[in-house]
Design a protein around this ligand. Sequence first.
Ligand code: SAM
Length: 239
Amino acid sequence: MESLEAYWSEGFPLVEGWVDTRLLECLRMIDSIQRDAGITGQIGEIGVYHGKLLIALAHLADAGEKVTAIDVFDDQARNLDGAGIGSLDRLQDNIRRFGPTERDYAFIKADSIALTPADKTKLHESRGPFRLFSVDGCHTAEHTCTDLLTAQDCLGSGGVIILDDYMQPHWPGVTEAVNLFYARYVPRVKPFLYCSHKLFFVGYGWHGEFERACSGRLGPRHNVKATEMFGSRVVSIYP
Ligand SMILES: C[S@@+](CC[C@H](N)C(=O)[O-])C[C@H]1O[C@@H](n2cnc3c(N)ncnc32)[C@H](O)[C@@H]1O
Protein backbone atom coordinates (compact mmCIF):
# COMPACT_ATOMS: atom_id res chain seq x y z
CA MET A 1 0.00 0.00 0.00
CA GLU A 2 1.19 3.45 -0.92
CA SER A 3 0.45 5.53 2.14
CA LEU A 4 -0.17 5.33 5.86
CA GLU A 5 -3.73 6.56 5.33
CA ALA A 6 -4.45 3.84 2.73
CA TYR A 7 -3.04 1.20 5.11
CA TRP A 8 -5.06 2.60 8.03
CA SER A 9 -8.36 2.44 6.19
CA GLU A 10 -7.89 -0.79 4.20
CA GLY A 11 -5.11 -2.96 5.69
CA PHE A 12 -5.10 -2.02 9.38
CA PRO A 13 -8.58 -3.49 10.11
CA LEU A 14 -7.43 -6.82 8.62
CA VAL A 15 -4.22 -7.15 10.66
CA GLU A 16 -4.67 -8.79 14.05
CA GLY A 17 -3.29 -6.83 16.99
CA TRP A 18 -3.97 -4.20 19.60
CA VAL A 19 -3.67 -0.67 18.24
CA ASP A 20 -6.29 2.06 18.79
CA THR A 21 -7.48 3.57 15.50
CA ARG A 22 -7.21 7.06 17.08
CA LEU A 23 -3.43 6.70 17.19
CA LEU A 24 -3.14 7.70 13.53
CA GLU A 25 -3.36 11.42 14.30
CA CYS A 26 -0.55 11.19 16.88
CA LEU A 27 1.70 9.15 14.58
CA ARG A 28 1.26 11.73 11.81
CA MET A 29 1.85 14.57 14.29
CA ILE A 30 5.12 13.09 15.64
CA ASP A 31 6.35 12.36 12.13
CA SER A 32 5.65 15.91 11.03
CA ILE A 33 7.32 17.45 14.13
CA GLN A 34 10.41 15.34 13.42
CA ARG A 35 10.46 16.20 9.72
CA ASP A 36 10.04 19.92 10.41
CA ALA A 37 13.00 19.73 12.82
CA GLY A 38 15.14 17.77 10.34
CA ILE A 39 15.25 14.69 12.58
CA THR A 40 16.14 11.50 10.75
CA GLY A 41 16.67 7.87 11.75
CA GLN A 42 15.34 4.35 11.50
CA ILE A 43 12.27 2.46 12.72
CA GLY A 44 12.20 -0.34 15.32
CA GLU A 45 9.86 -2.29 17.54
CA ILE A 46 10.21 -4.84 20.33
CA GLY A 47 7.06 -7.00 20.41
CA VAL A 48 5.71 -6.97 16.89
CA TYR A 49 3.05 -9.73 16.81
CA HIS A 50 1.54 -9.59 13.28
CA GLY A 51 2.82 -6.09 12.50
CA LYS A 52 -0.26 -3.93 13.07
CA LEU A 53 1.80 -0.99 14.40
CA LEU A 54 5.10 -1.83 12.70
CA ILE A 55 3.52 -1.56 9.24
CA ALA A 56 2.14 1.89 10.17
CA LEU A 57 5.60 2.99 11.34
CA ALA A 58 7.15 1.58 8.16
CA HIS A 59 4.79 3.79 6.14
CA LEU A 60 6.28 6.81 7.93
CA ALA A 61 9.80 5.82 6.83
CA ASP A 62 11.32 6.85 3.53
CA ALA A 63 12.33 4.43 0.77
CA GLY A 64 15.42 2.46 1.72
CA GLU A 65 15.19 3.23 5.44
CA LYS A 66 15.59 0.44 7.97
CA VAL A 67 12.65 -1.17 9.73
CA THR A 68 13.60 -3.66 12.45
CA ALA A 69 11.24 -6.12 14.14
CA ILE A 70 12.41 -7.79 17.36
CA ASP A 71 10.26 -10.60 18.77
CA VAL A 72 10.60 -14.09 20.22
CA PHE A 73 8.43 -15.22 17.28
CA ASP A 74 8.12 -19.04 17.57
CA ASP A 75 10.24 -19.20 20.75
CA GLN A 76 7.08 -18.68 22.80
CA ALA A 77 8.55 -20.24 25.95
CA ARG A 78 10.18 -16.78 26.39
CA ASN A 79 6.82 -14.99 26.07
CA LEU A 80 6.15 -15.08 29.79
CA ASP A 81 2.85 -13.18 29.89
CA GLY A 82 1.40 -14.68 26.70
CA ALA A 83 0.27 -11.30 25.34
CA GLY A 84 0.01 -12.23 21.68
CA ILE A 85 1.80 -15.15 20.11
CA GLY A 86 4.17 -13.61 17.60
CA SER A 87 4.42 -15.23 14.17
CA LEU A 88 7.15 -14.38 11.68
CA ASP A 89 5.17 -15.91 8.79
CA ARG A 90 2.06 -13.83 9.53
CA LEU A 91 4.15 -10.71 10.00
CA GLN A 92 5.99 -11.14 6.69
CA ASP A 93 2.75 -11.98 4.90
CA ASN A 94 1.10 -8.81 6.29
CA ILE A 95 4.10 -6.71 5.23
CA ARG A 96 3.83 -8.17 1.71
CA ARG A 97 0.11 -7.36 1.59
CA PHE A 98 -0.07 -4.00 3.35
CA GLY A 99 3.41 -2.64 3.94
CA PRO A 100 5.61 -0.44 1.88
CA THR A 101 7.94 -2.80 0.03
CA GLU A 102 10.87 -0.48 -0.61
CA ARG A 103 12.14 -0.56 2.98
CA ASP A 104 15.13 -2.42 4.42
CA TYR A 105 13.39 -4.87 6.79
CA ALA A 106 15.14 -7.04 9.39
CA PHE A 107 13.50 -9.63 11.61
CA ILE A 108 15.46 -10.38 14.75
CA LYS A 109 14.37 -13.38 16.77
CA ALA A 110 15.38 -12.57 20.33
CA ASP A 111 14.24 -12.60 23.94
CA SER A 112 14.49 -8.86 24.55
CA ILE A 113 15.35 -9.16 28.24
CA ALA A 114 18.39 -11.25 27.32
CA LEU A 115 19.93 -8.70 24.93
CA THR A 116 23.50 -8.04 26.08
CA PRO A 117 25.33 -4.70 25.87
CA ALA A 118 27.12 -6.13 22.81
CA ASP A 119 23.77 -7.02 21.21
CA LYS A 120 22.51 -3.49 21.84
CA THR A 121 25.64 -1.94 20.37
CA LYS A 122 25.22 -4.12 17.28
CA LEU A 123 21.53 -3.17 17.03
CA HIS A 124 22.38 0.51 17.27
CA GLU A 125 25.24 0.34 14.79
CA SER A 126 23.69 -1.96 12.20
CA ARG A 127 19.99 -0.98 12.40
CA GLY A 128 19.86 2.38 14.16
CA PRO A 129 19.99 5.04 15.35
CA PHE A 130 16.23 5.02 15.69
CA ARG A 131 13.80 7.85 15.00
CA LEU A 132 10.76 5.86 16.14
CA PHE A 133 11.07 2.89 18.50
CA SER A 134 8.00 1.08 19.84
CA VAL A 135 8.18 -0.98 23.05
CA ASP A 136 5.39 -3.57 23.15
CA GLY A 137 6.93 -6.90 24.15
CA CYS A 138 6.46 -8.88 27.36
CA HIS A 139 4.60 -6.69 29.89
CA THR A 140 6.36 -7.60 33.16
CA ALA A 141 7.99 -4.65 34.94
CA GLU A 142 11.43 -6.23 34.42
CA HIS A 143 10.98 -6.86 30.68
CA THR A 144 9.43 -3.47 30.00
CA CYS A 145 12.04 -1.55 32.00
CA THR A 146 14.84 -3.44 30.21
CA ASP A 147 13.18 -2.75 26.83
CA LEU A 148 12.93 0.96 27.65
CA LEU A 149 16.66 0.99 28.42
CA THR A 150 17.37 -0.77 25.10
CA ALA A 151 15.24 1.74 23.22
CA GLN A 152 16.94 4.65 24.98
CA ASP A 153 20.40 3.28 24.17
CA CYS A 154 19.58 2.92 20.47
CA LEU A 155 17.64 6.17 20.00
CA GLY A 156 18.93 8.92 17.72
CA SER A 157 18.83 12.62 18.56
CA GLY A 158 15.16 13.68 18.45
CA GLY A 159 14.08 10.05 18.27
CA VAL A 160 10.84 9.06 20.02
CA ILE A 161 10.10 5.97 22.14
CA ILE A 162 6.48 4.78 21.98
CA LEU A 163 5.61 2.68 25.05
CA ASP A 164 2.41 0.64 24.85
CA ASP A 165 -0.02 -0.10 27.71
CA TYR A 166 1.04 2.65 30.10
CA MET A 167 -1.71 3.03 32.74
CA GLN A 168 -3.57 0.16 31.09
CA PRO A 169 -5.15 -1.70 34.01
CA HIS A 170 -4.77 -5.13 32.39
CA TRP A 171 -1.00 -4.71 32.22
CA PRO A 172 0.14 -3.00 35.46
CA GLY A 173 3.73 -4.19 34.92
CA VAL A 174 4.19 -1.52 32.25
CA THR A 175 3.29 1.32 34.63
CA GLU A 176 5.51 -0.24 37.31
CA ALA A 177 8.32 -0.39 34.73
CA VAL A 178 8.22 3.37 34.10
CA ASN A 179 8.37 3.96 37.87
CA LEU A 180 11.45 1.71 38.02
CA PHE A 181 12.98 3.45 34.99
CA TYR A 182 12.78 6.86 36.68
CA ALA A 183 13.62 5.66 40.22
CA ARG A 184 16.52 3.31 39.52
CA TYR A 185 18.23 4.60 36.40
CA VAL A 186 19.33 7.91 34.97
CA PRO A 187 16.92 8.31 32.07
CA ARG A 188 17.95 10.48 29.15
CA VAL A 189 14.37 10.73 27.87
CA LYS A 190 11.26 12.49 29.17
CA PRO A 191 7.58 11.76 28.48
CA PHE A 192 5.80 14.43 26.42
CA LEU A 193 2.59 12.85 25.06
CA TYR A 194 0.07 10.28 26.26
CA CYS A 195 -2.67 8.88 24.06
CA SER A 196 -4.46 5.56 23.51
CA HIS A 197 -2.55 4.03 26.44
CA LYS A 198 0.73 4.88 24.75
CA LEU A 199 3.33 7.08 26.42
CA PHE A 200 5.76 8.91 24.12
CA PHE A 201 9.28 9.89 25.25
CA VAL A 202 11.96 12.07 23.65
CA GLY A 203 15.48 13.11 24.69
CA TYR A 204 15.90 15.85 27.32
CA GLY A 205 17.11 18.49 24.84
CA TRP A 206 14.07 18.01 22.62
CA HIS A 207 11.35 17.73 25.24
CA GLY A 208 10.18 21.38 25.34
CA GLU A 209 9.96 21.60 21.55
CA PHE A 210 7.94 18.37 21.24
CA GLU A 211 5.59 19.18 24.11
CA ARG A 212 4.89 22.67 22.76
CA ALA A 213 4.45 21.39 19.21
CA CYS A 214 1.93 18.74 20.32
CA SER A 215 0.03 21.24 22.43
CA GLY A 216 -0.09 23.77 19.56
CA ARG A 217 -1.03 21.27 16.87
CA LEU A 218 -3.77 19.56 18.90
CA GLY A 219 -5.25 22.88 20.12
CA PRO A 220 -7.95 23.16 22.78
CA ARG A 221 -10.14 20.06 22.98
CA HIS A 222 -12.31 18.62 25.74
CA ASN A 223 -10.13 15.48 25.94
CA VAL A 224 -6.71 17.17 25.84
CA LYS A 225 -5.04 18.28 29.08
CA ALA A 226 -1.58 19.61 29.91
CA THR A 227 -0.34 17.55 32.83
CA GLU A 228 2.93 16.44 34.44
CA MET A 229 4.58 13.04 34.75
CA PHE A 230 7.93 12.37 36.44
CA GLY A 231 8.56 16.12 36.56
CA SER A 232 7.96 16.66 32.83
CA ARG A 233 5.11 18.42 31.06
CA VAL A 234 2.97 15.93 29.14
CA VAL A 235 0.11 16.53 26.72
CA SER A 236 -2.48 13.93 27.69
CA ILE A 237 -5.28 12.86 25.36
CA TYR A 238 -7.95 10.90 27.19
CA PRO A 239 -10.12 9.11 26.36
C1 SAM B 1 1.03 -7.33 22.57
S1 SAM B 1 1.94 -8.20 21.35
C2 SAM B 1 2.55 -6.88 20.33
C3 SAM B 1 1.49 -6.20 19.53
C4 SAM B 1 2.04 -5.40 18.35
N1 SAM B 1 2.90 -4.31 18.75
C5 SAM B 1 0.93 -4.87 17.44
O1 SAM B 1 1.14 -3.84 16.81
O2 SAM B 1 -0.12 -5.52 17.34
C6 SAM B 1 3.37 -8.70 22.23
C7 SAM B 1 4.46 -9.34 21.39
O3 SAM B 1 5.63 -9.44 22.21
C8 SAM B 1 6.30 -10.65 21.91
N2 SAM B 1 7.13 -10.99 23.07
C9 SAM B 1 6.71 -11.52 24.25
N3 SAM B 1 7.74 -11.72 25.09
C10 SAM B 1 8.84 -11.27 24.43
C11 SAM B 1 10.23 -11.22 24.78
N4 SAM B 1 10.66 -11.66 25.95
N5 SAM B 1 11.10 -10.72 23.86
C12 SAM B 1 10.65 -10.28 22.64
N6 SAM B 1 9.35 -10.33 22.26
C13 SAM B 1 8.46 -10.81 23.15
C14 SAM B 1 5.17 -11.64 21.61
O4 SAM B 1 5.63 -12.74 20.82
C15 SAM B 1 4.16 -10.75 20.88
O5 SAM B 1 4.37 -10.79 19.48
